[in-house]
Unconditional design. Sequence first.
Length: 189
Amino acid sequence: MTSEWNRMLAGELYDPLAPELVQARERARDLCHDLNATRERDQDRRRQLLCELLGSGGESVQVQPPFYCDYGSNIHLGRNVYFNFNCVVLDVCEVRVGDFTLFGPAVQIYTATHPMDPQLRRTQESGKPVTIGRDVWVGGGAILCPGVTIGDETVIGAGSVVTRDIPARVVAAGNPCRVIRAIGADERS
């Protein structure tokens, strides 16, 4: 890939209008359009499109269309990840998701961010990777901001805005999202 692609993945400032990035986003949007146009009975076609779109994990992910992303190739999923309706992943940096993680409807994962300087913001952007552990449940309408990590077996409440890392095995909710309590061993059902 080109230097703009490498700068983007490294979280450095990059030009989002570089031709190779525009072309890669167009590819992803075309694949998302095709995915979103499938019918429920078109599971084989969905699987084929997801394998083509995603960096890894397309062979076992379950996605309820519509689904939207910037590049797709920067999304790496463990086994049996589930995205409910209307999820958005802005994957200018890598998004890594562990096995058996569930995303409620309208969850948004953002790796993209912009400079505070308005002049620089006109031509440059950057990103920070997002990492989500295994067996995480992210409630509907939650927003995961650039650079956050969510630990294994954590539950993120619906509508939460995750602006900082959340540890493993906790319930966290709110805006900004904060730990409410640990998940006890007796709560496994």
